[in-house]
Write a protein that binds this ligand. Structure first.
Ligand code: GUN
Length: 297
């Protein structure tokens, strides 16, 4: 039996549509336009593509998009001053500083300079702590997108065995916290985990977020499990050129899993959709308005 393919592209389109409907209502009824500021330091080509897509989709959802591009050799004090200005700008409800930052900057210090209420990435230490203690917070976009797809697939996640492969601050750790909050039994596996294949084979939900192309093969997957592939790896094709692959070897996993996200077209599109959702949520909270349903954790 082959797995059901979870269509992240279509799911993301429905999330963006829900956001756009809510944004239109906010404008009509409250005269408020949610605003997202994206800060890019330097000319990293992949980051430039992300930032362009973010700006385009923000505008398509009816939100205000503010882009700030700084030279790679900008000093940290200048960036901190910009963040301070954005923190104090009432038209800006969400702030995203594109990572990675140039080597001369202290990423933790910069992220923690963002007003936690405007931290739509959910990377500020206050939001990390709030999520870890099960309190209302801003939630990192990629794990939020994974959670939305899992809730849509299962309804309730209560009691399911979840294994998250990868322990990054951006995906692995917040994903584990979100699954725990939805009453899964959660294991975080990583490069030092013993018998990792065996650990993964116990998972009803297997989330791969390690950045290693095709690491999780079909024999790591329990028959009928749901596989969420967070990896986006660019690899050389034998015939020349490149293609995107996930952390899961799709061809073998699709034969064993019950449901699986493809790469591309799975988790990837959900990340920006959730960024828009987080910006809307931040705007509603800032104005004491009801938060959108189904768009938050
Ligand atoms: N660089 C790659 N992914 C992300 C993300 O989700 N947020 C930020 N701020 N930078 C990134």
């Amino acid at each position: 039996m082959t797995a059901k393919i979870i269509d992240g592209k279509a799911f993301a389109a429905t999330v963006r549509e829900k956001v756009a409907v809510h944004v239109a209502r906010l404008k009509d009824e409250n005269g408020i336009t949610p605003g997202l500021a994206v800060v890019l330091v330097g000319e990293d080509p992949a980051s430039q593509v992300y930032v362009r897509n973010k700006g385009k989709q923000t505008a398509e959802a009816g939100m205000a998009s503010f882009e700030h591009k700084l030279d790679a050799d900008t000093d940290q004090a200048t960036l901190l001053k910009l963040i301070d200005d954005l923190n104090n700008d009432p038209a800006v409800h969400g702030i995203l500083v594109q990572l990675p930052l140039p080597g001369h900057m202290d990423e933790d210090l910069v992220i923690n300079a963002i007003d936690p209420a405007k931290d739509v990435d959910g990377f500020h230490i206050s939001n990390v702590g709030l999520l870890g203690t099960g309190q209302k917070s801003m939630v990192p976009c990629t794990p939020l997108g994974c959670l939305m797809m899992l809730r849509d697939h299962y309804g309730s996640l209560s009691g399911l065995n979840a294994v998250v492969v990868g322990r990054s601050n951006i995906v692995g750790k917040p994903m584990a916290n979100l699954l725990l909050r939805d009453s899964c039994t959660v294991t975080v596996a990583h490069s030092r985990t013993r018998d990792i294949e065996e650990v993964c084979r116990r998972a009803d939900i297997l989330v791969a977020a390690v950045g290693r192309p095709g690491m999780v093969t079909g024999d790591w997957v329990k028959p009928g499990a749901t596989v969420i592939d967070v990896g986006i790896n660019r690899v050389e094709k034998p015939e020349g050129g490149t293609r995107l692959v996930g952390d899961v070897e799709f061809a073998s996993a699709v034969e064993v899993a019950g449901a699986i996200t493809p790469v591309p077209g799975g988790v990837g599109p959900m990340t920006i959709a959730c960024l828009l959702a987080n910006t809307l949520t931040a705007c509603c909270r800032a104005n004491g308005l009801t938060e959108p349903e189904g768009l938050t954790a």
